[in-house]
Design a protein around this ligand. Structure first.
Ligand SMILES: Cc1ncc(COP(=O)(O)O)c(C=O)c1O
Length: 341
């Protein structure tokens, strides 16, 4: 059996999700008549203590709609340099949002209030003004790190003083909430909008939700339509999303423990490439390796990993890999890593 650690997006819907999908009550969601979509949106808004939510096909669509709703064309969005919205969305922010990104590097992916303050630019011609600040929670490319609530509050104080909205790309925000013991509503009250994915560590097959105030979400409905993301009997998908929210959040702690197990194994044989103490959630990066060679050796042992660049390997834990699987993968990792640097 293959142990697939390439991403937490490889999870397959659980039996409970499949049953809920089969039984889902549905209607035409473009008319606002799909009761299961409505239930999921209400549940998502409630989790974050906000007025409204909108079900979308993907996290990228949510990010791009939020750029339209919160930012303005011909302005800057301040964001960490390795953020998903800058690097992995095909230039969509420039194409569809008309924004330019002012990227600020942070070794752990986490912007500080001071960095944000220094990067903001006023609406004073001919400067290009800042119209949005974006944080990523957890930070994918920097190893699943997350902002503490106090640090977000400090960023919020800076953005509020400048009159600039704050957005959270929270594709894996529940990993941050579980790892830090934070009520997601704490995050919700600190940002003007956020999105999270049910299709990643929460295990649902499709979907992400935008969460914010009612006026912003009403605007988002229009942009979702423009982007071709309005769906019809989407309740079959939302039903899995509801199971994800109800049953798949607390168990994320297991994924985090499994990630630590992999990190410890890697550090045993290749201590220069990883600091296990920095593995905060379910994403493990191993640096300074011949990534293609290690991926090849792991594959021979039935373990799939991702080469993020020629010298960097990524492993992600999720619902479909057990602790026993991760122990097997850890042994394979110990065999695959030596001699590759
Ligand atoms: C931080 C972050 N934002 C956005 C996305 C995009 O989500 P999707 O693949 O559903 O479009 C991802 C996907 O991995 C992500 O890691």
């Amino acid at each position: 059996m293959t142990i697939d650690l390439r991403s937490d997006t490889v999870t397959r819907p659980t039996a409970a999700m499949r049953a809920a999908m089969a039984d889902a009550e549905v209607g035409d969601d473009v008319f606002g008549e799909d009761p299961t979509v409505v239930r999921l949106q209400e549940a998502a808004a409630a989790r974050f203590g906000r007025e409204a939510a909108l079900f979308c096909p993907s996290g990228i669509m949510c990010n791009q709609i939020w750029l339209r709703v919160l930012a303005r064309p011909a302005t800057e969005v301040v964001v960490e340099g390795d953020a998903h919205i800058v690097n992995y969305e095909g230039g969509a922010g420039a194409l569809f949002g008309g924004v330019q990104f002012r990227t600020v590097p942070a070794a752990d992916g986490l912007l500080t209030a001071g960095q944000v303050a220094a990067a903001l630019r006023p609406d004073h011609f001919p400067l290009t003004p800042t119209s949005l600040v974006c944080v990523e929670q957890t930070h994918n490319r920097r190893g699943g790190t997350y902002h503490a609530v106090e640090d977000l509050a400090a960023i919020r104080a800076v953005t509020a003083a400048a009159g600039v909205p704050l957005y959270m790309d929270g594709a894996r925000v529940f990993n941050a909430a579980v790892a830090s013991g934070t009520d997601p509503a704490e995050y919700g009250r600190l940002v003007d909008g956020l999105m999270f994915c049910v299709s990643k560590a929460l295990g649902a097959p499709v979907g992400s939700l935008m969460v914010g105030d009612a006026a912003a979400i009403a605007e988002a409905v229009v942009w979702r339509r423009r982007f071709g993301g309005a769906m019809r009997q989407a309740g079959v998908l939302a039903a899995a999303g509801l199971v994800a929210l109800e049953q798949m959040v607390d168990r994320l702690a297991d994924d985090h423990a499994n990630a630590r197990l992999l990190a410890d194994a890697a550090a045993d044989v290749h201590p220069d490439g990883i600091d296990p103490a920095r593995v905060a959630t379910n994403i493990v990066y191993i640096e300074d390796v011949d990534a293609a060679a290690v991926v090849g050796r792991l594959r021979e042992s039935g373990v799939l990993a991702a080469a993020m660049d020629p010298r960097t390997l990524r492993l992600v834990t999720h619902h479909d890999v057990s602790t026993r699987d991760c122990r097997t993968a850890a042994d394979a990792l110990r065999r695959a890593l030596p001699g590759t640097t």
